[in-house]
Design a protein around this ligand. Structure first.
Ligand code: T4K
Length: 403
């Protein structure tokens, strides 16, 4: 079999993406029905009945007292930071989606990037603690790839030092650490319902908390800061979720368990096959509690595999396997943050090392087992052609830079 990069036909005739949304027929039918209700009511946004019901059910599922639905997770985080009236430095992992850092800066707070634990790829509590100064006001942990970070260790630090603690739970819908469900850690957590997420509502997010004051304030902030119909008490924003997004969420809720099981089967199929290839190791998921298995994440050891992660990913794209390097580069290596915080930028060796080796493989709710089989064959085949692939990649990159 000749790899597509070396002139063979691509392994797939259509692109396979990370997180392509697949909406079940039953979900679509219920969504259309709920939208008919919304049209009949002539009420399409602004804290409508679908949003209210959605909030009640998402809060219940995550075992928290309060849930505020928001238009996306980035705005949810911005609202939450404002609701907490923070000022100073916020410690967060560099290894997360850039939105988490942007939201901090958007609120005129200073992001201070911490390193991650090599095994979990999530915030290393010891490093977090070493970064705390008199200017630190908050810590944000991020639960990644369907795993929950070491939230109890971060809670202990935050409690001891009187810091606010939030969690980016964009990847952690329905996940738990032991019997503690995501939603109840720290002061508050925020979810993402982006289309590529485990639970998508086109765009969407939510703030989960057990703190009535944070909830009350967040609800006003998402509605321009209105306290009553004609009284604005705060610098609010438009963070409202539409009835359409809430309807999508309500229509998807009955399928949560089935989706987790489908994802788990794909995760296991990938793990068995890719995990058996020398030089490839797999991120364990769901070992500490419930996971939604939304991502299949592996690492490339370039010595044992014979090729770097970057050459492998380039080769996979030629095969229509659109693997991603989430979250490379870490925020601390992005031009925007480097230019802004040049002097203060810390060295984060684990973030750099994990970022150089990580690959997220395509996955969705209707991913046939034969596709995981075929992808593993392609990865093995690329490995078998390692020397030619390195040469191809060098030529390809120099052609790209000269054109
Ligand atoms: N925190 C974390 C840890 C996050 O991962 C995110 C978002 C956030 C916070 C912020 O949440 P939101 O504010 O978005 O609610 C994508 C998503 O746009 C982003 O939401 C997500 N994380 C991130 C991990 O992935 P990109 O720039 O990689 O998206 P894009 O356009 O390359 O799409 C990803 C893949 O999905 C592509 O292969 C195409 C495919 N796709 C995408 C869409 C939208 C589809 O097949 N169908 C679709 O409808 O950021």
């Amino acid at each position: 079999m000749i790899p597509a990069a070396l002139g063979g036909p691509p392994a797939f005739d259509r692109p396979l993406c990370v997180g392509a949304p697949r909406v079940e027929a039953e979900t679509r039918a219920l969504y259309y029905r709920l939208m008919d209700d919304a049209f009949d009511r002539a009420y399409l946004t602004n804290d409508g009945p679908h949003v209210r019901e959605f909030e009640r059910r998402i809060g219940e599922l995550h075992q928290v007292e309060y849930c505020a639905a928001i238009c996306n997770a980035t705005i949810a985080q911005i609202i939450l930071l404002k609701a907490l009236r923070l000022c100073g430095e916020v410690i967060l992992p560099s290894f997360t989606f850039v939105a988490t850092a942007h939201a901090v800066l958007w609120e005129n707070l200073t992001p201070v990037f911490c390193d991650i634990d090599e095994e979990t790829c999530m915030a290393d509590p010891k490093h977090v603690e070493s970064l705390i100064t008199s200017r630190t006001c908050a810590i944000i942990g991020a639960h990644l790839f369907g795993n929950v970070c070491d939230a109890p260790a971060l809670e202990a630090i935050a409690h001891r030092l009187g810091l606010a603690l939030l969690f980016d739970a964009a990847h952690a819908f329905g996940c738990s650490l032991g019997d503690r469900t995501v939603g109840g850690f720290g002061k508050a957590e925020f979810l993402s319902f982006h289309a590529t997420k485990f639970f998508g509502t086109f765009e969407g997010g939510a703030i989960l908390t057990n703190d009535s004051e944070i909830h009350r304030h967040s609800r006003m902030l998402r509605n321009f800061g209105f306290r009553t119909y004609d009284d604005v008490g705060f610098l609010g924003i438009n963070g409202k979720m539409s009835e359409s997004s809430a309807a999508m969420g309500l229509a998807s809720l009955p399928r949560v368990s089935e989706r987790i099981e489908r994802n788990r089967i794909t995760y296991e199929a990938y793990r068995r096959r890719l995990g058996a290839i020398p030089g490839i190791s797999v991120l364990p998921v769901g070992q500490q509690g419930r996971s939604n298995y939304q991502y299949f994440v592996a690492f490339v050891d370039s010595e044992a595999f014979g090729l770097s992660r970057d050459v492998l990913v380039d080769a996979l794209w030629r095969e229509n396997i659109l693997a991603r390097k989430y979250f490379y580069p870490g925020c601390h290596k992005m031009d925007f943050y480097c230019n802004r915080f040049r002097e203060a930028m810390p060295s984060l060796p684990v973030t750099d090392s994990v970022g150089a080796r990580i690959v997220c493989f395509p996955m969705n709710l209707e991913f046939p087992e034969r596709d995981t089989e075929r992808i593993a064959e392609v990865v093995s085949n690329v490995k078998d052609h390692a020397r030619e692939m390195v040469e191809w990649n060098r030529r390809d990159n120099s052609n790209a830079s000269s054109s």
